[in-house]
Design a protein around this ligand. Structure first.
Ligand code: ZN
Length: 437
């Protein structure tokens, strides 16, 4: 037996932002990831029989086919299972191409074509069909299913100078509404740059969807003395709530926000924290049982660089009257997802690097509201690798909470792991060999 379930992951085969990447339903965990040629692959694990099934290719991306381009990684799959049992995958986008797709009315172009595929039969991952439901320009798909079955698809409507939008479906994803802008990209009049955003969107309480987000200062590439081009310059942290019941957006204090949100209004009404000299990479957000948000975001000393450097995880929480947290040096340089059991008890699953260059995935726990964290249970450790980690699986089974891709040196190929409270969900080696491209 091996600890991994597939050997055909590619590049950053999973990430926190494209989520959920998997879902548990009725004893079976379904997972998706970026595989050969940047196409989406889907596998499933039956918790009763202990058997793996797949992976199967669920669609064909227009990215990943040109060997002269590096792996794009923006089009990795996002999964949701609708109330009729059909499995939906959104994938393949990074802004679209003007020559192929025409003008992007809400932003700029880069590559790819955002696509939507659906399983031909409920809970059956063997065959898929493509639906023509969404524009080609999207990237960073994030999908939320409400308790009444409504599906909300969120994404950035283009490359890094584009609005963020959502579409609503009330018929199990067979059709979607026109895109609705909720975060506005906008030219600054004080700098040679454009406002842009990186949100993480997930279900809140009842009819609510919650959003944590950081700001991208997108510098012009030419034409002005302060132009320095697109960099990983992200900063500051924000939070807001979308009430799908009345269609309004509010800040954490319940004050209504004018939509689409601009930087000026975000800074005045939705700010969690300024990050000063530190650059950020937005993580995820979760509510504690009393509905108070807890946010994970990574930060590092990146000023003066172009692509940014290592960033450590930080935790913020809303006490009911103020935002607290952000303490440095209590969590490692890592990415991962967050659970808030209460104001005081907070847990992360984090993929981090060891000092000797190996990768570790494990739980980190605070019992003092995030002032300190201890490493508790380790789920996976490997020498000479690093791990790309997903968000939590939707409705996760305790034995299958999160996915990681093992970054092997010198190749884009990745071993894929599904991790839970018992560590890795194992698979016979002769089966995983067959998942190579
Ligand atoms: Zn940019």
């Amino acid at each position: 037996m091996t600890d991994h379930f597939a050997e055909n992951g590619l590049g950053n085969a999973v990430a926190v932002i494209q989520h959920p990447a998997g879902e548990h339903h009725d004893g079976i965990t379904y997972v998706s990831y970026q595989g050969p040629l940047e196409d989406p692959y889907v596998a499933s694990f039956n918790h009763d029989t202990g058997e793996w099934f797949g992976p199967f290719k669920a669609g064909v991306s227009i990215m990943g086919k040109d060997p002269s381009r590096k792996i794009d990684n923006h089009g990795k799959p996002t999964m949701i299972i609708d109330d009729a049992g059909y499995i939906h995958i959104f994938f393949g986008g990074h802004g679209g191409l003007r020559a192929l797709h025409g003008d992007n009315p809400l932003g700029n172009h880069h590559y790819g074509e955002n696509k939507h595929v659906i399983s031909k039969r409920p809970y059956d991952i063997t065959e898929w069909e493509e639906l023509d439901t969404i524009p080609p320009f999207g990237t960073y798909n994030q999908v939320v299913k409400m308790d009444n079955g409504d599906i909300y698809l969120f994404y950035r409507h283009g490359a890094h100078r584009s609005d963020w939008v959502y579409h609503k479906s009330t018929n199990n994803g067979r059709t979607f509404s026109e895109p609705v802008v909720f975060l506005k990209h906008k030219r600054r009049d004080d700098l040679s740059a454009v406002d842009s955003w990186y949100p993480y969107v997930t279900k809140g309480q009842g009819d609510e969807i919650i959003v944590s987000f950081d700001y991208h200062l997108c510098w012009d590439s030419a034409g002005a003395p302060d132009a320095r081009g697109h960099t990983a310059n992200r900063q500051d942290l924000f939070y807001m709530v979308f009430d799908t019941g009345d269609g309004n957006w509010r800040n954490v204090r319940g004050e209504e926000l004018p939509m689409p949100l601009t930087r000026e209004v975000a800074e005045a009404k939705a700010l969690v924290a300024r990050t000063g000299d530190l650059w950020t990479f937005n993580g995820s957000v979760a509510l504690d049982p009393k509905g108070r948000p807890h946010i994970g975001i990574t930060m590092g000393q990146d000023r003066g660089t172009k692509v940014g450097g290592p960033k450590e995880m930080r935790h913020y929480r809303w006490t009911g009257s103020e935002w607290v947290g952000g303490a440095p040096s209590v969590l490692p340089i890592a990415n991962g997802d967050i659970v808030a059991d209460s104001q005081q008890n907070i847990r992360f699953v984090l993929a981090s690097q060891n000092q000797k260059g190996g990768g570790t995935v494990g739980w980190w726990q605070s019992t003092d509201g995030g002032v300190s964290f201890k490493r508790t249970r380790e789920l996976l450790r490997r020498p000479n690798v690093s791990f790309a980690i997903s968000s939590f699986i939707r409705n996760a089974h305790p034995d299958a909470r999160i996915m990681v891709a093992e970054r092997l040196r010198g190749t884009g190929r990745r071993n894929m792991y599904l991790l839970g409270d018992s560590g890795a969900v194992q698979r016979p080696r002769d089966e995983t060999d067959q998942t190579r491209p």
